[in-house]
Design a protein around this ligand. Structure first.
Ligand code: ARG
Length: 495
């Protein structure tokens, strides 16, 4: 069956449909009454936020917006890494070498230094003792036990380290426009552990093996998962089992996503299998949204080799560079600082969400901030261009739009991209792949620019045609803005 569409009619239908509900083209109500949990960012306390954390934070943020846009209730969870013997080590190091400075006057950089020092000193001590005994490690274990037992001093120190980290990281989240509904981290599940362990034991899913409690997963070609170590302590995986159950009981999710690097593939496969073996068929709603690694200017990051790029530094540098470009290209722009922030941060976020998430990313300045390539600034600039057309159009007398004049191929491409946008949003959600929206929005920007250069939008002699072309521009602006919003990028009106 061949179908022929009258181009002008198509333009009218698509443009008017977009303009009927500004900001909601591509949205839906399919998630009404359903809840989705999203675990993303999930930083470790007393560690610094580096660019390796960008993807989990921004993919999670984007997916949350996409689900919200489709009517779901979403719960953004920052599953803090705030439990484990490393906090005993931190306390020992702080007490010995912290120079008596209150934690709140310190910063995470200093905490990390203290932690590194602990390891150096512990290594020295081990090397000096014939039996490899290390009193420093004993002391650290004792301090962690004190945290577990609720000792006032230990808990206060741990709590303050947590607050300090969250305060610093909060500044980065603000810059990125990222929010969470819950900061329930690993420590939160400590008192929920016994019931879970009991359930695992009673159901026979877990059994004792040389003093440790484990789940044998050999039937599924996976190594065993330790639930309780022989000294009775729990591990990361145990806390994730408790967290999964807690989330189901608390939020009754239809889906529970974990936006975590592919290095943890096995961990999540084990986790989902254990939930299944426990007889919870809601394991089907659990999904590991994995992603690749980030390198910087062609080199893999390595804490050990001292090659780390902190997210805050990267973002500040991006804003600074954007500011320089603005100063050079539009020195008269009002609120330059605000726009520099939107463009600098947008460039970084866009770069992160441009390729399929499982591909490794090599961050390059000249590619992220280029105004001509497939970049955040390019798409933002197209949005600002639309806004500028609309501002100029205000000088024209209002007329009833005549869409029958929109028959050219360039407009046709623009209209097709707009009309496919809702499907792209849906697909991005189903495949947990925000980059689909990034690329589609970029194509729309490219198509509009082509249209803009080849056609005159405002024509004094044709008010009705002008009104139609201005409305087309308005629809493009609306969809680009939505596309950028869904990937977590702001859309300035002037650049
Ligand atoms: N804090 C962990 C890490 O940095 C990520 C936690 C991810 N979420 C989870 N529920 N396991 O590796």
């Amino acid at each position: 069956l061949n179908v022929f569409l009258r181009r002008g009619g198509l333009a009218r239908d698509i443009v008017e449909a977009v303009l009927a509900h500004p900001g909601s083209w591509g949205s839906s109500e399919i998630g009404k009454g359903k809840t989705v949990c999203l675990d993303y960012s999930s930083i470790n306390i007393a560690k610094r936020f580096h660019i390796g954390h960008l993807s989990t934070t921004m993919i999670g943020n984007s997916l949350k917006r996409i689900y919200d846009f489709n009517g779901y209730t979403t719960v953004g969870i920052n599953h803090l890494g705030d439990w484990g013997t490393q906090f005993g080590k931190m306390i020992v190091a702080y007490k010995r070498w912290g120079g008596g400075k209150p934690i709140e006057e310190s910063n995470v950089r200093e905490l990390v230094k203290l932690y590194v020092r602990f390891h150096e000193e512990a290594e020295k001590e081990e090397a000096a003792n014939a039996d490899k005994h290390c009193a420093l490690n004993d002391e650290a274990r004792a301090w962690f036990r004190k945290i577990e037992q609720g000792d006032a001093e230990a808990v206060s120190l741990w709590q303050r380290m947590k607050e300090l980290t969250l305060k610093e990281v909060g500044a980065v989240y603000d810059l990125l426009g990222v929010q969470f509904d819950s900061y329930a981290g690993e420590s939160f599940y400590e008192d929920k552990m016994p019931a879970v362990i009991e359930e695992l034991r009673e159901s026979g899913v877990a059994k004792l093996d040389r003093g440790a409690l484990i789940v044998d997963l050999s039937a599924y070609d996976m190594p065993p998962c330790i639930i309780l170590k022989s000294d009775g302590s729990t591990i990361y995986a145990t806390r994730d089992i408790a967290a999964a159950i807690y989330r189901k009981e608390t939020y009754d999710f239809v889906k529970s996503l974990y936006v975590v690097a592919y290095q943890q593939n096995l961990h999540f496969k084990q986790l989902f299998k254990i939930i299944e073996l426990m007889g919870h068929d809601w394991y089907k709603g659990m999904e590991h949204v994995s992603f690749g690694m980030v390198s910087y200017e062609g080199r893999a990051l390595s804490t050990r080799e001292g090659y780390v790029v902190y997210l805050e530094d990267l973002l500040n540098k991006a804003v600074e560079k954007a500011r320089e470009i603005i100063e050079e290209k539009s020195p008269n722009l009002p609120n330059k600082d605000e726009v520099a922030r939107q463009v600098g941060v947008g460039a970084v976020v866009y770069f992160d969400l441009h390729n399929d998430r499982n591909k490794d990313i090599d961050f390059r300045w000249e590619r992220a901030l280029n105004f001509d390539g497939e970049t955040g600034p390019y798409v933002q600039y197209t949005h600002a261009r639309c806004c500028s057309v609309l501002r100029k159009a205000e000088a024209f007398a209002a007329a009833e739009p005549d869409y029958s004049v929109i028959t050219d191929d360039e407009a046709q491409d623009v209209l097709m991209l707009i009309s496919h946008f809702p499907q792209v949003v849906r697909k991005a959600m189903e495949q947990s792949e925000p980059s689909m929206i990034t690329r589609h929005t970029t194509q729309l920007a490219q198509a509009y620019n082509k249209y803009y250069f080849e056609h005159r939008i405002m024509d004094e002699s044709d008010p009705a045609g002008t009104a139609a072309r201005v409305n087309l521009t308005r629809a493009v602006r609306d969809v680009i803005k939505t596309g950028l919003y869904l990937i977590g990028v702001e859309a300035p009106e002037r650049m």
